[in-house]
Design a protein around this ligand. Sequence first.
Ligand code: ATP
Ligand code: MG
Length: 477
Amino acid sequence: MFELPRPKIGLSGRLMALTIAFILLSSVMIYVPSIAYFRLQYLNNKIAGAQIASLAVEAAQDNTLPVYLEAELLINADVLAVALRRDSVRFLMLAGDLPATIDAHFDLRHTGPLDAITDAFTTLLAGGKRHIRAMNAPVHGGGDIIDIVMREEPLYRAMIDYSWNVAGLALLISLITSGLLYFRLHFLMVRPIRKLTASMVGFREHPEDTRHEITPSGRRDEIGVAEHELAGMQIEVRQSLRQKARLAQLGTAVSKINHDLRNILANVQMASDRLLAVDDPNVRRLTPMLIGSVGRAIDLCTDTLSYGGAREQAPRRLRFELAPLLDEIGAAICNAPDARLIWKNNTPRDLEIDADPDHIFRMVQNLGRNAAQAMKGEGVIRLEARRNGPLVTIDVSDEGPGLSAMAQDRLFEPFAGSTSEGGTGLGLSIARDLARAHGGELRLLRNTSSGAAFRIEIPDNNVMPFEKPVQLAKGKT
Ligand SMILES: Nc1ncnc2c1ncn2[C@@H]1O[C@H](COP(=O)(O)OP(=O)(O)OP(=O)(O)O)[C@@H](O)[C@H]1O
Ligand SMILES: [Mg+2]
């Protein structure tokens, strides 16, 4: 199987990174309210502990305790002072070394969720350096408010420990979850997709090699459908490629047969020319028809051969005067006995072109014949040639009805655009191939109901600036 270049971060790697990121994000969203709740719980526990310590004071005679006992109670409750308010009177129950200032006051009876979150983060930011006062209603009655003063440091440390625990847990959960997801997805999606891709790439490079054909795994999901469709497409494409190859071979065989057929027809033409000398009136009547048919058959063979590329030669370029060659083509086209065609060649006599004269003859002849056919043998065919720097253009226009929609749609398509009876639909296609072989082009310049015009463009082929133009021998094309 074809080896695919491995992407730097594969699909499964991305999925793993995304899973870790999402689990960490959701952990942060859970962490924010939970750290606030943790802090409230911590303070309430401290208040409850301080209340228990204050009970010892209430139980003592005169509500006074020995100093050492009072200090011990404060250490156990981890607070600096405890006060109790009962019936709007505030009693200081226990008091140790109180700080000169208290940095923050928190009344837990009126702390909403948003306040709790803000207070938690200010505690974290303060770094445990503050002294704070917290108050709440006693848990089991026994007064209106319990009020404690404490150092914030133990609370800060507990909150930091809690944060690390949450972070560690979140990381562990995300690693385990994303690991599981990674392996599951790797087998479920990534591997099958890689297999599909490798099959596509391998098939594109060597469509004939059946080893690149994918075998559907029979899955019922989207990947199963993709495998099934790809397998079907590979079979169809391979079949049509085989068919094309066979058609190409057939085309070569037809070209060869055509070639020999044309030689045979040339012999028939020679023989039928001689028939013209026979006196028999029947022979004299039929011979021109015979000669015409054989001529057309030879033309058809020649055109088909040219199109198949079996005989087409690269242009043999010369620099020559164009006007006389165009006159010659006009004579060949307009000399039919019953034609009332006028060949108007407006080409400047001194215009030179750098091209294969034989090819120019065939291009213009094709366009001229089409024009003559379109005008049904009557009208003016105009030729305008001009030079524009290194480019020579030859425009052939007529006064016919213009190209039909069908001919225009399939213009230059071999065998497809013909609407004329007995036409093969190769003329324009061959003419364009010849123009392109010169590095030029053949275009439809104008198409109206009062005539069509085609333009041949032939660029010079690095002509020597002062090369003498060649005088073509008459009749040689
Ligand atoms: N000057 C024109 N005026 C109107 N229609 C034209 C003109 N030139 C070409 N066409 C249309 O384009 C079609 C294709 O022309 P093309 O020369 O390629 O083939 P063809 O003339 O039908 O056959 P052949 O291969 O014998 O030349 C023609 O059948 C005709 O319908
Ligand atoms: Mg034609």
